[in-house]
Design a protein around this ligand. Structure first.
Ligand code: PGA
Length: 258
């Protein structure tokens, strides 16, 4: 991709969220991506893939020697205990994860996760030594009602741990109506929301808030990545569908090629 996206101080992160997709055979996508990254022009961003928890160990192994980091998609707030089916941040770390997504809108909707729950999970990530990728985003109805900035402000205030630093927490802005729909906000709309998030982060976390990464997510693909990634205060992407195939994901990473 010809265009480049740059932020003077914040190194970008391009993160893939595989959601409930991927079997052992998906390992080949990671090895293919690792090869592309090694052969292609140097990408100036960090690269992360968050597969289902069943694949964290296997993909960590597959990514060995490459710049691809591996993360989880959710964690329990507690380190261990009687919570059938849940996985702790410590377990993800032990399996090779360096990051974990918390508060994705699908978790908020499917599992009734509140801001307080998301914050407890983000705190668990920090406790375990994982970077927490904390998701926020408005629904279409909230957007139509002109509530976007209020909703995002409330989610940020309630979901981010007080101990958040630029190294330990990443914010992902994902308008719910843009996820998996092929629809994206205009660059202007993204700029407005990201500027508001940056202001809130600076107010609460001072210098750390200035350097904290703010990702955009929701229907990012190779064809729109350069435009979205060039928006001020957009420090990378959280990518769902287009992260499943190495070639598509590489096309998005291409927005950050030096
Ligand atoms: P999408 O999903 O890229 O498929 O829209 C983004 C996400 O939910 O993180």
């Amino acid at each position: 991709m010809a265009a480049t996206a740059k932020s003077p101080r914040v190194k970008a992160l391009v993160a893939g969220n595989w959601k409930m997709n991927g079997l052992k055979a998906s390992r080949k996508e990671v090895t293919a991506l690792a090869k592309r990254l090694a052969k292609g022009k140097r990408a100036s961003c960090d690269v992360l893939i968050c597969p289902p928890a069943t694949l964290v160990g296997l993909l960590k192994e597959a990514a060995k020697g490459s710049k691809i980091a591996i993360g989880g998609q959710d964690c329990h707030a507690k380190p261990s205990g009687a919570h059938t089916g849940d996985i702790s941040a410590e377990m993800l770390k032990d399996a090779g994860a360096s990051h974990v997504i918390v508060g994705h809108s699908e978790r908020r909707a499917d599992h009734g996760e509140t801001d307080a729950v998301v914050r407890a999970k983000a705190e668990a990530a920090l406790r375990a030594g994982l970077v927490a990728i904390v998701c926020v985003g408005e629904t279409e109805a909230q957007r139509d009602a002109g509530e976007t900035l209020t909703v995002i402000g409330t989610q940020l205030a309630g979901s981010l741990p007080d101990a958040a630093t630029a190294k330990t927490v990443v914010v992902a802005y994902e308008p719910v109506w843009a996820i998996g729909t092929g629809r994206t906000p205009t660059a202007d709309d993204v700029a407005k929301v990201h500027a508001a998030i940056r202001a809130a982060l600076k107010k609460r976390f001072r210098g750390e808030g200035e350097a904290m990464r703010i990702l955009y997510g929701g229907s990012v693909k190779p064809s729109n990545a350069a435009e979205l990634m060039a928006v001020p205060n957009v420090n990378g992407a959280l990518v769902g569908g287009a992260s499943l195939k190495a070639e598509d994901f590489y096309g998005i990473i291409g927005a950050y090629q030096a």
